[in-house]
Design a protein around this ligand. Structure first.
Ligand code: SF4
Ligand code: SF4
Length: 404
């Protein structure tokens, strides 16, 4: 990108796109790209992308961004932050370059149909699954204790639990949600949920290029937060955590927030007396991209696992900053068919293979995208027959269960 080109009276599409990246936090660092290729090298689908991050920057510099817009392989990006984590110039590749490129592809109409459906559902129903907003709190049925909504509670509470889309609606993930509810109850937390007043956090829609939709969803949630009195928010979902912590404040929506694992880890001494031995189990932990690389939360989940009697924590080859993506982030949940067509491999299967390699009994997770993705993948990986996939909340609740 030359100064001459940037000053031209009719800036090219490359110029316009390039300078728009400066609006992202630290976006101007893109000027310092060394073309070292490290970002493209760590990208899980870099070998399939016509334009992994380093190459995309090269094309921008050559004033050939229109070539990027003609390719659909940018949709192989699962917003995993692996490139961002390794870039020696600390260029915000995931939140800047890749997300902005998806925004441009959406504007061009170059978007896979299955992603369009999820975005349309989010617009219409406030969740990507196309479920009725009125059924958002139906998961609470069948619990032997009440989960109040703010509307019902009609009083200030300590904690607003932002439950999230998949934890509210997905049958497998609802088991995790119920386990979380049980733990909050044992800890005596004064909490309430928004129920039908909750909308999708919008973070995955944002990362999939739908900034306008993200802002609409964030504003609805911000309005709901503003109606009630509480001291802090906790989220089941790392993507919701990321949105409320890092993105909502840019829209003037400011509330203290913790992920469930952080919140419970801070109270582990209160929980420990309730935990009983679950029997000897080799447990390995999958760092979700939006707890780990995006937000540096590595220790609280491990602290919780370490507190469960009987658990032997073992690490997979890729852990912490080097964790492998499950493939669900950044709209990946809604691009499985498209990505399968291109890759004929699933990232979730690579991760299951790593868990098998360390002879784990249990793959512990902390993101609602993961139990269904990994359980499905385990069916396809040789030697994974006995591997169980459990959210950390489920493991804690299993340990509580034995007390009763
Ligand atoms: S890792 Fe950073 S400096 Fe290296 S090519 Fe990628 S964006 Fe450029
Ligand atoms: S965010 Fe992940 S998938 Fe996307 S370009 Fe970077 S490394 Fe590749």
């Amino acid at each position: 990108m030359t100064a001459t080109a940037a000053q031209a009276p009719n800036p090219s599409i490359s110029d316009t796109f390039y300078t728009s990246l400066f609006e992202v936090d630290n976006g101007e660092r893109i000027r310092a790209c060394l073309q070292c290729g490290t970002c493209s090298g760590v990208c899980p689908f870099g070998y399939l992308m016509g334009f992994p991050p380093g190459r995309m920057i090269a094309y921008l510099r050559a004033d050939r961004f229109e070539n990027v817009l003609e390719s659909d392989t940018v949709w192989m990006c699962v917003s995993c932050y692996a490139c961002t984590a390794v870039c020696p110039k600390e260029i915000p590749l995931t939140p800047g370059l890749m997300t902005r490129a998806k925004e441009e592809l959406l504007l061009e109409g170059n978007v896979p149909t299955e992603l369009q459906d999820a975005l349309m559902n989010s617009q219409r129903y406030g969740n990507p699954l196309g479920e009725s907003p009125r059924k958002r709190a139906e998961w609470t049925k069948g619990l032997d204790f009440d989960i109040p909504t703010f509307r019902e509670a009609k009083r200030p509470v300590d904690v607003l639990w932002f439950v999230g889309d998949y934890p509210s609606y997905h049958p497998r993930v609802q088991l995790t949600t119920k386990a979380m509810a049980k733990i909050l109850r044992v800890l005596g937390v004064d909490f309430a949920i928004l129920g039908p007043e909750e909308n999708s956090d919008g973070d995955s829609q944002r990362l999939a290029g739908e900034r306008g939709l993200f802002e609409m969803l964030a504003e609805k949630n911000g309005k709901a937060f503003g109606k009630y009195e509480f001291n802090e928010i906790i989220t089941s979902d790392p993507h919701a955590y990321n949105a409320i912590k890092n993105e909502y404040p840019k829209l003037g929506i400011n509330f203290p927030v913790q992920h469930f694992t952080e919140f419970v880890a801070d109270r582990i001494d209160e929980l420990k007396p309730h935990l009983k031995d679950i029997g000897e189990r080799r447990v390995t932990y999958h760092d979700p991209c939006y707890l780990g690389r995006a937000n540096d939360i590595y220790d609280p989940p491990r602290k919780l696992l370490g507190a469960i009697p009987g658990v032997e924590l073992v690490e997979m080859t890729h852990n912490r900053t080097n964790s492998l993506c499950c493939g669900g982030g950044g709209g990946g949940m809604w691009l499985d068919g498209f990505q399968w067509e291109k890759a004929h491999v699933r990232l979730s299967e690579w991760r299951i293979q790593e868990a098998v390699n360390v002879d784990a009994d249990i793959l512990a997770v902390a993101c609602p995208y993961e139990p269904p993705r990994f359980e499905d993948a385990a069916k396809m990986v040789q030697g994974a027959g006995r591997l169980m996939v459990k959210d950390i909340a489920e493991l804690l609740a299993d340990s509580l269960k034995m007390e009763e």
